[in-house]
Design a protein. Sequence first.
Length: 188
Amino acid sequence: MEEIGPTVKKIRIIKGFTQKEVYAAVISRSFANRFERGLNDVSAAKLFIILDHLSISVDEFRFIQNNYQQTVANELQTQLNKAYDSHDLQQLGQIVAANKQSANLSLRSLAATGEILIESYYSKTVSITPEINNFWDKLFASKTWTIHEIKLAVPLFIIATSTGQIDLIPKMVNQFEINCKKIHLKWQ
């Protein structure tokens, strides 16, 4: 994986933008030169502004920075969706088993999602494991969801139904709508 600055430079040059256009009111010209050579880093807030100036999403930037390869979590999500959509529960179970104890929180979260999908496929109830409970707590307690979390919110409805917490569904729908609106407003 390349350093951030050289990747930004590559994108800037491909898009035909000058340093002034991309870095104006964000960082100085001398800092921009060092940043693009990989000698300096910028804060996340400044990087987001720079990416906005380049008209590129964080996901697209990560894809480019990762040598045009999906991240492990994105690749696993794709495999999980494909296995579920094709009703390949054996593959789904293998994905869950392989990632349930991962040190990577994203992979453990995806494994919990896979458990929910398997359980809901076989019955109208879900056995609440510690991983699923952690997933529930994390998503339901968050005031602001990322796009990734919005995509993972659907299993919350399965959990609520199977645990007899149907009364929480209106609150979940409201939170889902609020977060979708926030994301929509940011992209306008």
